[in-house]
Design a protein around this ligand. Sequence first.
Ligand code: SF4
Length: 373
Amino acid sequence: MAGIYIHIPFCKQACHYCDFHFSTSLTYKDDLLNALRQEIHLQKDFLDSETIETIYFGGGTPSLLEGEEINQLINTITDLHGVSSAAEITLEANPDDLDQKKLKELKQTPVNRFSIGIQSFFDDDLTWMNRAHRSNEAESSVKRAQDAGFENITVDLIYGYPLLTDQKWKHNLDKVFNLQVPHISAYSMTVEPRTALASLIKNKKQQPMNEEQSSEQFTQLMEAMQAQGFEHYEISNFCRPGHYSRHNTNYWKGVKYLGIGPSAHSYNGEKRQWNIANNAKYIQAIEKKTIPAEIEILTEENRLNEYIMTSLRTQWGLKLEQLNMIAKGASDSLLKEAEEFLEKGWIVQKDQAIYLTQAGKLYADHIASDLFF
Ligand code: SF4
């Protein structure tokens, strides 16, 4: 079992908070699509003939591609790998791209899941974020996709930024519940270095984020989701029972994946590698039949820490036995370090596993990094 991620590094405009790799120029689009197909060939042995269970088009903005371009990429994958007939194939889409014509095209592809970047239902907030869409498009795009027969939809929301009062956050959550989607991801706004948001804050043109506001809105989010019957299966992810993102869940469970495209990451149990985050250099390297990637061979310590970081964030918890499989006896020293958090009621131990409590979810990163080896 394995997954393939394809990075589509183009966007219509740059959201102020975003530090993903993308270009707002489509000049290299055709060359880049050729290079992506070529890289799929070059990397065909990375996953050791594992069956592909999930394919994920991320970015950037994959919904800028035409249906035929998506089909060509999927066909290249199916020519070289065994792809499960029940594979989950997700496409990240921005609301302004999902018009009737695009949906009709996408119906002619094997894409069976959308991840729609709504972020907010307030135009002022979307302008503040420098998003390319308007709030009415956010709502109508989901409805159009549902009418076109796409039921498996997740939407992204953002909280914890200065414009978002608790009342507005409640409004956004109510709106999204009305859309009847089976999966919702919600992220606290973070200020990444070298983004427009970071410079605006540095130059005192924007207020910094407020941690207390973010914690309060995260608590509001968890309570609202629980009241609506959503499972909180990962810190930022909620779903109707059984509607997990299979692709992302596999990341968190340590399943192998191959990342194709500039800036894409790959993992095969022994090493991680990440491609250069530059479209022109990526294309040049692939034309010479080389993979422009840095490689890190994972040490025992790397693998322990990655397992702690990812497993603790999920509802399946950190299994002590799995920790000991990475390094014999590792669970003893972890449990010693964890005493402080057990006493505070931030984690609980049950059936040889450790889980974050509702209170502990507010400190997930802090707890994980304190437990690192
Ligand atoms: S659309 Fe997505 S990838 Fe593109 S700039 Fe905005 S947040 Fe970043």
